[in-house]
Ligand binder design. Structure first.
Ligand code: IPE
Ligand code: IPE
Ligand code: MG
Length: 236
């Protein structure tokens, strides 16, 4: 037990839709970008606690393919934050033995973000304490469509590998066990639709900048109380 939460089975995959940055900023009469900046501390703390809880994979939704529709100034601010934070986060990952990888399309990312992510992945490739995945320019539907096209043309039937290739995953990961969404909305917003087939869903009202290690522990405690049945009848 650590902090009242028993450490998790080493295959646990937690995914988080980090939502609510804009509203957090609006409520403080700040620009939306201030909310995105404030979310960095939540991200760091969440990653730290994920390592302590021995979570195997943590996938964080940082920028969806639909987020390109936002005002240019907000997209630019987000891309600047990513280009600046990826090297800092990679350095932290190296120290903590964390593997950092990025899933999603790469062909539309600004060059500084692309360079920073390639370098971050290379620097952390041997990390084994946690596999931290950032979803950038990610769309589950787009990935599924491209995987289906690929499998169809090849006829090899290996859909999982085609899906991995479609969103640039560098290795297979277990399906999502626990999906957390902050910010009060109760929807998936095109995140990991295939991998969440039997995920336990946890929605919390806090905006992402107010999320922290304690809130992650609350989500994990709720998850531990869930009975997962996978369509079968529970034994006993
Ligand atoms: C999530 O916060 C961050 C991104 C989508 C990049 P939002 O920016 O969606 O914040 P809200 O939902 O408008 O409050
Ligand atoms: C989902 O949040 C994407 C990320 C958190 C990166 P959005 O704020 O874009 O989702 P919607 O628009 O509320 O569905
Ligand atoms: Mg939002």
């Amino acid at each position: 037990m650590i902090n009242g939460i028993s450490t998790m089975a080493d295959s646990l995959h937690v995914a988080i839709i980090m939502d609510g940055n804009g509203r957090w900023a609006n409520e403080r009469n700040l620009p939306r970008s201030a909310g995105h900046h404030a979310g960095i501390r939540s991200l760091r703390e969440t990653v730290e606690v994920a390592v302590q809880r021995q979570i195997h994979t943590l996938t964080l939704y940082a920028f969806s393919s639909d987020n390109w529709q936002r005002p240019h100034s907000e997209v630019q601010a987000l891309m600047r934050i990513l280009a600046a934070q990826l090297p800092a986060q990679a350095a932290h990952c190296v120290r903590q033995n964390i593997r950092l990888s990025v899933i999603g399309r790469r062909d539309r990312l600004p060059a500084p973000v692309l360079q920073a992510l390639i370098r971050a992945e290379a620097r952390t490739i041997h990390g084994s304490a946690l596999h931290l995945r950032l979803a950038l320019d990610y769309s589950a539907r787009d990935s599924l469509t491209r995987a289906a096209e690929h499998v169809g043309s090849n006829g090899n039937g290996d859909f999982m590998h085609a899906l991995m290739r479609a969103y640039n995953a560098d290795c297979p990961v277990p399906d999502v066990d626990l999906l957390i969404r902050t910010g009060g909305e109760q929807r998936l917003s095109d995140f990991l639709l295939w991998e969440c087939a039997y995920a336990e869903l946890y929605f919390t009202a806090e905006y992402w900048p107010d999320f922290n290690g304690m809130k992650l522990d609350e989500a994990l405690a709720a998850f531990q109380k869930r009975q997962r049945r996978y369509g079968a009848v529970p034994v006993g």
